[in-house]
Design a binder for this molecule. Structure first.
Ligand SMILES: [Zn+2]
Length: 405
């Protein structure tokens, strides 16, 4: 079975092809209005350096097809006033999902990326087929919500807890699920009952990173790293020029920062090496150090035992490892922004304060004039991977330029 991961109708392109140029203009206009809602036709023509006539034609098509809406009248500088243009919030729905170790999450977003509805199913994830069935059921249930009726479905993005090879969309390995080489989209497809639109599969940290860079920000970060601190540790790395895109590496392993080495001769890691970040900073390492079995809440246990010296030492060590990781990221990738999410961000105690103190002490030693990195902690990160997977679908639609009504 073949699953479409390209916008429907996208075809091969010939040089000098007029319709290709038109698609580029459609794509550029949609992306600019998405990023800067409220631009007028004249402002669009000026920004993307095409004639007002071309912009007028494309904008009219996009209005007719329901991608754009017109708003208030703007009084321009020299020229005639023009109507503000916005992405249509009520025409489309784009779906994102996350297969996590402890459950499934689904979000439904509008074209501007606003979450219209979200739902989770907190049953621990089992084998591939039963998970695909449960996820499809959750997706189709969410689509029945009254607020999502009469919207065109753009597609479904799925985030998974392990590296995904591209472009063949295979989950290579999910250590905490025991899954290897799974074509998740192909297993899922028969249960989706003809759900229209694109399909996207990506690693959860990549998806969350993409969503953070792509959606709802007042400024576009130049280079963003999203750190996912949970049972394992991963990162999604994004460069934003010319449009936000993931840095995947040659074999899709970029961002496996939990297995970067920070301690010579340190503890053994699941991967077989010694001294990985994860041996000090991860849900599994903190559980092992404090003898907290799986199935018992790490958050509740640490809250209850916070005054114990072993707990303090374990959290401080995890914090130092995070500080080292931030410093290494700063010198390897030079991100403008680091967003930190995942369940460990919600732990009480010294983990985050120690990490930030370590980073503050070390980030400017090499270049004393370097700009401080913008660091944001997202304690509300539960739905970020699902939302980011939805953003990846939206981005492919807009970049594909073959948007249709
Ligand atoms: Zn490792």
């Amino acid at each position: 079975m073949t699953v479409s991961t390209r916008p429907a109708g996208l075809r091969s392109i010939r040089a000098g092809d007029q319709s290709f140029l038109k698609h580029l203009n459609r794509s550029a206009i949609l992306d600019l209005v998405r990023r800067e809602s409220g631009l007028t036709r004249a402002e669009l023509a000026n920004r993307i350096q095409v004639t007002k006539v071309t912009v007028g034609t494309v904008v009219q098509e996009l209005l007719d097809e329901g991608w754009l809406t017109e708003g208030e009248l703007h009084q321009g500088g020299m020229g005639r006033p023009g109507r503000a243009l916005h992405l249509n919030e009520s025409r489309h729905v784009v779906l994102g999902a996350e297969i996590g170790v402890l459950g499934l999450r689904v979000v439904a977003c509008s074209a501007p990326g606003v979450i219209l509805y979200q739902q989770e199913d907190l049953t621990p994830t089992g084998d591939v087929d039963s998970t695909a069935r449960r996820l499809a059921k959750l997706v189709l249930n969410v689509l029945q919500r009254p607020e999502l009726q009469n919207r065109m479905v753009l597609g479904l993005g799925v985030a998974v807890p392990g590296p995904v090879s591209h472009p063949d969309n295979v989950l290579l390995f999910a250590p905490n699920l025991g899954w290897r080489n799974v074509a998740v989209l192909e297993v899922l497809e028969p249960y989706l009952k003809g759900l229209p639109g694109l399909r996207v599969l990506d690693n959860e940290a990549n998806a969350a990173a993409f969503g953070e860079a792509y959606l709802l920000r007042e400024r576009t970060p130049e280079v963003l790293a999203y750190l996912s601190l949970g049972s394992g540790i991963g990162a999604g790395l994004i460069a934003s020029s010319p449009t936000p895109h993931l840095l995947r590496g040659a074999q899709s392993f970029a961002g496996e920062v939990g297995h970067t080495l920070v301690q010579l001769g340190g503890l053994y890691c699941h991967c077989g090496n010694r001294g990985c970040v994860e041996t000090l900073l991860s849900g599994w390492a903190i559980r092992a150090a404090l003898s907290v079995p799986d199935g018992v809440s790490l958050h509740q246990t640490i809250t209850a035992r916070l005054a114990e010296p072993t707990v303090q030492v374990t959290l401080r060590r995890a914090g130092e490892a995070l500080g080292m990781l931030l410093t290494n990221l700063h010198h390897t990738l030079n991100p403008s922004d680091i967003v930190i999410g995942g369940s460990l961000t919600r732990l009480p105690g010294p983990l985050l304060p120690v990490a930030f103190e370590f980073f503050a002490d070390h980030q400017h030693r090499l270049f004393s004039t370097s700009r401080p990195v913008n660091i944001e902690v997202r304690t509300d990160s539960l739905f970020l991977p699902a939302r980011g997977a939805a953003a990846q679908v939206l981005s492919q639609y807009i970049q594909g330029a073959q948007v249709s009504a």
